[in-house]
Design a protein around this ligand. Structure first.
Ligand code: AMP
Length: 617
């Protein structure tokens, strides 16, 4: 099979960019992947996702806007000043490159060649080196190719394709139908690397995909818990065969102890925590003596003198830190509360029932003050759950996780055997909502010069971000100061792809959906202005969060992990005593003509209407 030129790939990206339906994107991608060889499939898959490797491989290209503008000026033959001025007008380096570069009379380059040139950038941190590599690449690219080259370098590809779509397209392309999709997904869940899965599928076929195993050093996509409203429901869902455990409020970690010199810590999001928590690596070295072993647990900040769990806000000061790590580990000591074991002495454990994994876990760990096994209490009735739940709250945890004792560990799945019961005093909601920021409104008063509120969205099954609240509450003064800087790289001059926002909610500034926030709310109400679950509960209305309040930034989660539309609908239905709202009442609140441009006044009216609608509940 002939290798594809980068130009062919760019045409694919252009096609994908124009398409917004997930299924249509999958078909377009599958058609292209069908023509790819096993030698290029890895590069194609990563580049379609706008990456060069999975995040946990930490391949850092170290390319900034400034560097791109410098190289563009050099290759296009303009002064840096001119290029910067043009950039300020255009606002997108890819687009600018397309405009200022001239068509070239050079032989076409392949996808693999461009991929290798991009990877080369990670080999040296010197600016001069990067400039030379980029310039040498750019002189071989046509203007349209340069557009996407820069977007990839700056992680701004934004064609809207995510891992689930790639897995489906790969399956369709190589196996002709989606019948074996679960096998391909499983392989991905066991290594967190879609490029590698693609390579194995293409070079060795389905039989090799079926042989994927848990492997020390490769993160497993974590199993998740489904929110429930009551102890009764928990008892029912687990058929009365359950244990309950405290739900610690910390950072989930998967610890891979491959041998005493090779220990890796992975985040919930398949990133790496290893360098950020060297103290924890050391504690694990001391407490685990049989390798290889994969443990899962929650890192919490802990005061060993008073024997108290410290607030999550302290713990997050350790995350993402590159400097002063040693001092920080003394200032904010941590403990790992281990709740599962997935591999022990090379034996894969995920398909064993929970109670058997637990028995192995109890044997695997040497007692250590910083590495503790979570208490797991077998219960036989609802009253026992209630008592432990109250105690969990008194002890400062978030609530309980209930686990069916026969449940297997199912990577990447929510609600198969694991359930959560959370404390939410004033709320009717069983859980907080994870949403992504897609826009912001200018602030006034104390927030002048920054953002007053953020437009937040959840995600529907077809991959569209739909708004669920305008969030102002819970944003501290400190955050008000840092928000503009934090959101600056994500600014867009038009709505991001795949969003559905009503004209009344159009923000002053749009952002690429990247920052995930955990939001608490009093309840979920019907909404005439938000687009989440639009038309799914009542015609012409969506769902919105009532009294939303920022709980925290979730940089351990990606937009892939946010609350889905179906989950939101389920939470809405779980709420106690939903009042019946006459559809006439809702109609009366609806806007008639929906205009594209919105004035502040209209927005105020929209807010008022939402409040009025809230008062029905
Ligand atoms: P969620 O991530 O929303 O599915 O909620 C489950 C989260 O609770 C996990 O990702 C863990 O980070 C955290 N957690 C805290 N304690 C436990 C526990 N005992 N078992 C499982 N997860 C726990």
């Amino acid at each position: 099979m002939k290798e594809h030129n980068f130009k062919d790939f760019v045409l694919l990206l252009e096609q994908l960019e124009k398409e917004s339906g997930r299924i249509a994107m999958r078909e377009i991608l599958a058609r292209f992947l069908k023509e790819c060889s096993d030698l290029e499939i890895e590069a194609v898959v990563y580049l379609t996702l706008g990456k060069v490797a999975p995040d946990y491989k930490e391949i850092i290209l170290g390319v900034s806007n400034a560097l791109c503008l410098k190289v563009l000026a050099r290759v296009a033959g303009y002064s840096e000043r001119t290029i910067k001025a043009r950039f300020n007008e255009v606002g997108d380096i890819g687009e600018l490159a397309h405009q200022v570069l001239k068509p070239r009379d050079t032989p076409p380059v392949t996808i693999n060649w461009v991929f290798e040139q991009i990877i080369k950038l990670s080999k040296d941190t010197k600016i001069e080196y990067k400039l030379d590599v980029m310039a040498a690449t750019l002189v071989k690219l046509q203007p349209i190719e340069a557009k996407y080259y820069f977007r990839i370098l700056l992680e701004q590809l934004r064609v809207g394709v995510q891992e689930p779509t790639v897995l489906e397209a790969l399956t369709l392309a190589k196996l002709g139908s989606l019948d074996e999709l679960d096998q391909v997904r499983r392989a991905y869940h066991l290594c967190g690397d879609v490029g590698y899965v693609a390579k194995v599928l293409y070079s060795k076929g389905l039989s090799a995909i079926k042989e994927f195993k848990v492997s020390c050093g490769l993160p497993i996509v974590p199993m998740l818990a489904k929110p429930l409203k009551s102890s009764e429901e928990l008892f029912e869902k687990t058929e009365g065969q359950l244990v309950v455990e405290y739900k610690y409020d910390g950072l989930r970690v998967q610890a891979h102890i491959c041998d005493s010199d090779h220990i890796e810590l992975f985040s919930r999001n398949l990133g790496r925590y290893t360098e950020q928590f060297p103290d924890l690596v050391e504690y694990l070295r001391e407490s685990v003596q049989v390798f290889p072993c994969i443990l899962e647990g929650e890192i919490i900040a802990y005061d060993f003198e008073t024997d108290e769990i410290l607030p999550f806000q302290l713990l997050v000061r350790r995350r993402g830190r590159k400097y002063d790590i040693e001092e920080m580990s003394k200032e904010i000591p941590v403990a790992l509360m281990v709740f599962d074991i997935l591999l022990y002495q090379s034996k894969e454990l995920i398909d064993l029932p929970f109670e058997e994994r637990r028995a192995i876990l109890l044997k695997a760990l040497k007692p250590h003050p910083h590495v503790k096994i979570i208490n797991s209490e077998k219960v036989t009735n609802v009253e026992q759950i209630e008592i432990i739940f109250q105690k969990a709250i008194q002890d400062g945890t978030e609530g309980l996780i209930g686990k069916h004792i026969k449940s297997r560990y199912v990577p990447g799945k929510r609600g198969i055997g694991w359930f959560k019961l959370k404390r939410d005093y004033q709320s009717h909601l069983a859980d907080t909502i994870d949403c992504v920021v897609i826009g912001a409104y200018h602030g006034t008063g104390r927030r002048a010069g920054s953002y007053g509120s953020l437009l937040c969205a959840i995600k529907s099954a077809d991959g569209v971000y739909r708004t669920v609240c305008k969030l102002g509450s819970g944003i501290t003064d400190e955050m008000v100061d840092t928000l503009p800087q934090m959101l600056e790289p994500l600014k867009l001059n038009k709505p991001p792809k795949n969003v559905n926002v009503s004209s009344e909610m159009e923000p002053d500034i749009w952002f690429e959906p990247k920052i995930v926030l955990e939001v608490e709310a009093a309840e979920i109400t019907l909404s005439p202005i938000h687009t989440a679950a639009f038309g799914k509960i009542h015609p012409n209305v969506g769902l919105a969060l009532r009294f939303p309040r920022l709980k925290r930034f979730r940089d351990d989660k990606s937009p892939e992990d946010i609350t889905t539309e179906d989950e939101l609908i389920e939470l809405y239905r779980q709420q106690p005593q939903q009042k019946v709202v006459r559809s006439a009442d809702i109609q009366a609140l609806m806007f008639s003509g929906r205009k594209r441009t919105v004035r502040k006044k209209e927005r105020k009216v929209a807010d008022e209407k939402q409040k009025t609608l809230d008062s029905f509940f």
